[in-house]
Design a protein around this ligand. Structure first.
Ligand SMILES: Cc1ncc(COP(=O)(O)O)c(C=O)c1O
Length: 367
């Protein structure tokens, strides 16, 4: 047997949400609703469907390695230089590239926990040392993160809003944290869900204008519903971006992904529909969960974390039996909680009905 590089044996396989296909086969179901991957249940802009119809002649070419047109569009939109952008095969790829460009074996990588699981995986890939800092009241505790900094700290991963809890950092704490962190440490602000924040929030892109050690990550997988295309981007100082670019697979973003991103940015109606559905759905959850006496965490994303009134695995099984895939909080160390992605309004109603019916039946059995 060929022995793997040292350190690889420590990596647990990344726990992706169950796929539609695997659940259909395992449970013999034909209709499945997947609310486990924080995808967009309203689909994506119809402009993307139009685009796919008539671009057939382009598909045999390698795509533009520089994502030139999209780069120009985003540089105007965010008021940054084109060289301050790096594109990835989803932000999954960018997170790995950051680890590969910056983390040395033995250096520390601070990860507030629970959070998006990929930061831990890429840290271990580099034989770096993960330093997990527990959340306080489901939110990232920046003071605790600051206290965890040592001479060995190299990268700090801040998921804002945080997946799976949906909490967001307030402007003052985030800015003062960035001020306190030494310039020799890279701060990654993963903003996969920033588009869903309902209340007024500040423009975090301003941070990178004054701090060369900060990179922001954004994705087209969530608000724009382009998860299957695989496209995300990073925004940072030119020199930081250049380092990541050096180790990037030069042709990492497909032609269709680049084109789909461009037309999606133009479709304001679609964006507004998604945001409206997200807002209405989250408020439906809040009022129904309050009625049921179940604790929930108000969300700034397109998902909600709440107590299911039963063990996470029981809830997972209950929903699977009913053709719905959700995420068991035990996977993130939050037993008794489940994370459910926002669905169409009707899908959310269905989730709540299943939950309600189960709780009533259990209470009746106990009486
Ligand atoms: C916080 C966070 N970052 C990054 C990603 C990966 O997104 P992408 O589809 O752009 O790879 C996800 C996916 O769920 C996520 O939750």
């Amino acid at each position: 047997m060929v022995k793997e590089r040292s350190g690889v044996e420590k990596i647990a396989p990344y726990q992706a949400a169950k796929s539609l296909e695997s659940v259909k086969r395992e449970y013999g179901l034909t209709e499945i609703i997947k609310l486990a991957g924080n995808e967009n249940r309203l689909g994506c802009s119809l402009k993307v469907a139009d685009l796919l119809k008539d671009r057939h002649s382009q598909l045999s070419y390698y795509p533009d390695p520089n994502c030139t047109e999209l780069r120009e569009t985003l540089s105007k939109l965010h008021q940054v230089e084109p060289e301050q952008l790096v594109f990835g095969n989803g932000s999954f790829e960018l997170i790995a590239l950051i680890a590969h460009a910056y983390l040395e074996a033995g250096e520390e990588s601070i990860i507030p926990y629970p959070t998006f699981g990929w930061y831990l995986n890429v840290t271990l890939q580099m034989n770096a040392i993960p330093v997990l800092v527990p959340l306080t009241e489901f939110a990232i505790d920046l003071e605790a993160v600051t206290r965890s900094i040592t001479d060995k700290t190299k990268v700090i991963w801040i998921c804002n809003p945080n997946n799976p809890t949906g909490t967001i950092l307030d402007k003052e704490s985030l800015l003062s944290f960035v001020e306190k962190v030494p310039e020799s440490i890279l701060i990654v602000l993963d903003e996969a869900y920033i588009d869903f924040v309902e209340k007024e929030y500040f423009n975090t892109i301003d941070i990178i204008k004054t701090h060369e050690n900060v990179i922001l990550l954004r994705t087209f997988s969530k608000l724009y519903g382009l998860a299957s295309f695989r496209i995300g981007y990073g925004i940072g100082s030119g020199s930081l971006i250049q380092r990541i670019n050096k180790i990037r697979n030069p042709i990492n973003v497909s032609y269709t992904a680049q084109q789909a991103a461009i037309v999606s940015l133009e479709d304001e109606d679609f964006k507004q529909r998604v945001l409206e559905n997200n807002r209405k759905s989250l408020h439906l959850y809040y009022s129904e969960l309050e009625g049921l006496g179940l604790k929930y965490i108000p969300s700034n994303g397109n998902f909600i974390l709440f107590q299911a009134g039963m063990k996470g695995e029981e809830a997972e099984a209950l929903f699977l039996k009913n053709g719905i895939i959700i995420r068991n909080g035990s996977e993130f160390g939050l037993d008794g909680f489940i994370r459910v992605s926002v669905g169409t309004y009707e899908e959310n109603v269905k989730v709540l009905e299943i939950l309600k019916k189960n709780i009533i039946e259990t209470r009746n059995q106990e009486e």
